[in-house]
Design a protein around this ligand. Sequence first.
Ligand code: SF4
Length: 205
Amino acid sequence: MEERYSCADCRTKSCHAGDGKYPAFCPGTDFPEEVMNEAMQEYDKPEIRQLAVAAAETEAENYCRMTRMEETVEFAKKIGAKRIGIATCVGLLTEAGTAAKIFRKHGFAVISIGCKCGEQKKADIGIPEFCHVTGVNMCNPIMQAKYLNKEKTDLNVLIGLCVGHDSLFYRYADAPVTTLVSKDRVLAHNTVAALYQADKYLHLL
Ligand code: SF4
């Protein structure tokens, strides 16, 4: 397959530094105007602008001082959220419970829903039998999203949904979603550790 370099291959970050040292493959030097126009027009929508401004303020005000948990609280306050939805993996209920306590301490109503609630069967949607090794009940991220949609949450917080289950949740959720915990069973949910060790010990490259 043709190798196509882009931002992930860049080491100048000139779009951040503003020093003009763009790599030859920089998409920013020949960016499709209609794509940028379409993107920027979205920020004219008040509800989108509110999210974008709140995100930027949360970053700037707490840079390298707040944990992601604390930043999530700050972000929720800034967007005026009252009802926080927690969509959690049942493997992380203890952690979800701690997050719920923290949100409640800051005055939010919390509605949480675990991935196995309702106990639908993997076999019913054609998941192969070998997947029963991790249980017969399916993770049900569409149920989680629809439940929180019905509860009219203002912000949904994901805690440890599996790879792909999170994709389905993002697709079906009405309210904005932020991820507090990305599941990685091997690395104690510290997903980036695999990238730090990709060449040395894990031989992923
Ligand atoms: S836009 Fe250009 S300068 Fe910025 S990260 Fe991408 S390649 Fe690098």
